[in-house]
Design a protein around this ligand. Structure first.
Ligand code: PEP
Ligand code: MG
Length: 579
């Protein structure tokens, strides 16, 4: 039976492929197929993970025995977990699944956990029912070890047509798709500018989020179409629909490849305004995509992704190598490295477990607030960025600033990092520029300290929209209210651009608005001359720039900004885009 599910289109394109279900809850792991020859190695990897957890538990038990302060229950708790770990339901059945289904060990284990916990739900005895938490914890331990040694899906075979279907995916899960060959993905939850959606766009793979019940309604290996333009997933399409979509897919690919011809064209408007089109990246590996589109530079390097999917923190040297590799790959071009923006939907395992980043504090201690309360982590990153500045044109960008004292404290710590490097006779660019993100309404409304103390500004329209409208950008339940075209958001963007121009401080936009061709003319009319976006969007934006005339747009945008009714804003924008 064929049916269609509707959600939010977050990454354009069309994917046709087979479903790979990703498990729900904390234990979301990807499934991949293991070749016939690799099966015994996969089983051995599973056994090694079990052995590692047994060793860990043994060490814990020893500690509980010798440490005078250890609670009495600890020893019993460790015994219980060791007992669970030796149950054939957890040790043998997953191995059977690996062999029968030729799947990866972590997926087999999580599937088996699903079976076990479903049986627990039926148990009447509350004490026994509660024991399922212990089983989940034991499985989590094993999965953690397995993920630490995760192998990558190769570039061949069935994986080319894999469509990931998940209840929810964190940005940390999604970034791992960069190493895998995923054709598309859909999730039940999520908003259009959640980092999961942003990562999907940067991967250039079609994605639809907020489908509500997709995870429950589709089956493993089922054939589906993901339409990332219209925001739908078609399950079990018939031959006629398939044919139509194959055609549309081919057309989209043709249009995309035609746009590649713009690579060497200059981004200049009809009235001769030179526009800077830079890109946003998450990982040093993204540099190939940056070169493919010949971007003017990097307008936003989201360094927090270096901190994800690992149990430790990247040290100063490791960070330095990562930043330097990007800088050296783009000689002469600016590389804007943003200091750590952890928090909200972006979390690092190593910090979460220490209780240092609370879950989902969109209004909490994220980004610069976190860095200023963890000066050692911040200083290590500042030194790494400064060291990389010796190799090219590095600029430091600080997220989530709202208060003058946050700017002042950041600059004090930067001075400290500089003097530490000077003392160690390590070279860096003494004049490295420092900029601030304007993504909190308070910052846009009280720009004085930003203009006085910083060298450049970059407007983060994703968060600016979230905080202006009080809409959690990751929450699909309120996604219909998330509107970057709300007059209040537009006025804050325009005010920031105008104030920067008056003060002679360059202003860029690095939020998702910059990569939306429907908004290019609007931003040009506001006076914006620096855009930073996902590399996949650059050619389309360049085409739009080349078809626009800033001298005409200015007056039109001023009129549009006077509208209080979002519907009128939308109408005027549509007219402006049609002209
Ligand atoms: C933004 O908020 O617009 C932005 C570019 O930063 P991020 O999406 O990483 O929060
Ligand atoms: Mg932001």
């Amino acid at each position: 039976m064929s049916f269609t599910l509707h959600g939010l289109a977050v990454s354009p394109g069309i994917a046709i492929g087979q479903v790979s279900l990703v498990s729900h809850a904390t234990l979301e792991v990807a499934q991949y197929h293991v070749s016939e020859r690799g099966i015994e190695a996969e089983v051995a990897r599973f056994d090694a993970a079990l052995a590692a957890v047994r060793l860990d538990l043994g060490a814990l038990k020893l500690e509980a025995g010798v440490s005078p302060g250890a609670p009495a229950e600890l020893s019993a708790f460790v015994d219980l977990h060791a007992m669970i770990l030796s149950d054939p339901l957890l040790t043998e059945v997953p191995k059977r699944l690996i062999r029968e289904r030729r799947c990866n060990a972590e997926w087999a284990l999580v599937q088996q956990l699903g079976q076990i916990t479903a049986q627990f739900d039926e148990i009447e005895d509350a004490y026994l029912r509660e024991r399922q938490h212990d089983i989940v914890q034991v499985v989590e331990r094993v999965v953690k070890v397995l993920l630490g040694h995760r192998r990558r899906i190769g570039k061949r075979g069935r994986e080319e047509d894999l469509i990931i279907v998940a209840h929810d995916l964190s940005p940390a899960d999604t970034i791992q798709f960069k190493q895998l060959n995923i054709a598309g993905f859909v999730t039940d939850l999520g908003g259009a500018t959640s980092h999961t959606a942003i990562v999907a766009r940067s991967l250039g793979i079609p994605a639809v989020v907020g489908l509500q019940h997709a995870r429950a309604l589709v089956e493993e290996d089922e054939l589906v179409i993901v339409d990332g333009v219209r925001g739908v997933m078609i399950v079990g399409p018939d031959e006629r629909v398939l044919e139509e979509y194959r055609l549309r897919k081919a057309q989209l690919e043709l249009e995309r490849s035609k746009l590649k011809r713009l690579k060497s064209a200059r981004a200049v408007t009809l009235d001769g305004q030179e526009i800077e089109l830079a890109v946003n990246i998450e990982m040093p590996q993204d540099i190939d995509k940056v070169k493919e589109v010949d971007a003017a530079g990097i307008g936003l390097f989201r360094t927090e992704f270096l901190f994800m999917n690992r149990d430790d923190l990247p040290g100063e040297d490791e960070q330095f190598e990562a930043y330097r590799s990007v800088v050296k790959a783009l000689p002469g071009k600016p590389v804007t490295i943003r200091s750590l923006d952890l928090g909200a939907d972006k979390t690092a395992r190593s910090l979460r477990e220490g209780g240092r980043v609370e879950p989902n504090p969109a209004l909490g201690r994220r980004a610069i607030r976190f860095c200023l309360t963890e000066p050692q982590i911040f200083l290590a990153q500042l030194r790494a960025i400064l060291r990389a500045s010796h190799y090219g044109r590095v600029r430091l960008l600080v997220p989530m600033l709202a208060h003058a004292h946050e700017i002042a404290q950041t600059l004090v710590l930067l001075d400290q990092a500089k003097s530490e490097l000077r003392d160690a006779r390590v070279k860096f660019d003494e004049r490295m520029e420092v900029g601030g993100m304007i993504e909190i309404p308070a910052a846009a409304l009280a720009l004085g300290p930003f203009l006085d103390k910083l060298d450049f500004l970059s407007i983060g329209t994703n968060d600016l929209t979230q905080y202006t409208l009080a809409i959690d950008r990751t929450d699909d339940a309120v996604a219909y209210l998330y509107d970057p075209l709300h007059p209040a958001v537009l006025r804050l963007v325009e005010m920031t651009i105008a104030a920067g121009r008056r003060a002679g401080i360059p202003v860029a936009v690095c939020g998702e608005m910059a990569g939306d061709p429907a908004l290019t003319r609007l931003l040009l009319g506001m006076g914006l001359r620096q855009f930073s976006m996902n590399p996949a969007q650059l050619f389309e934006i360049k085409q739009r720039v080349m078809q626009s005339d800033c001298s005409v747009l200015r007056g039109r945008v001023q009129r549009l900004l006077r509208q209080d009714d979002p519907l009128r804003v939308f109408e005027q924008l549509a007219k402006m885009n049609a002209a």
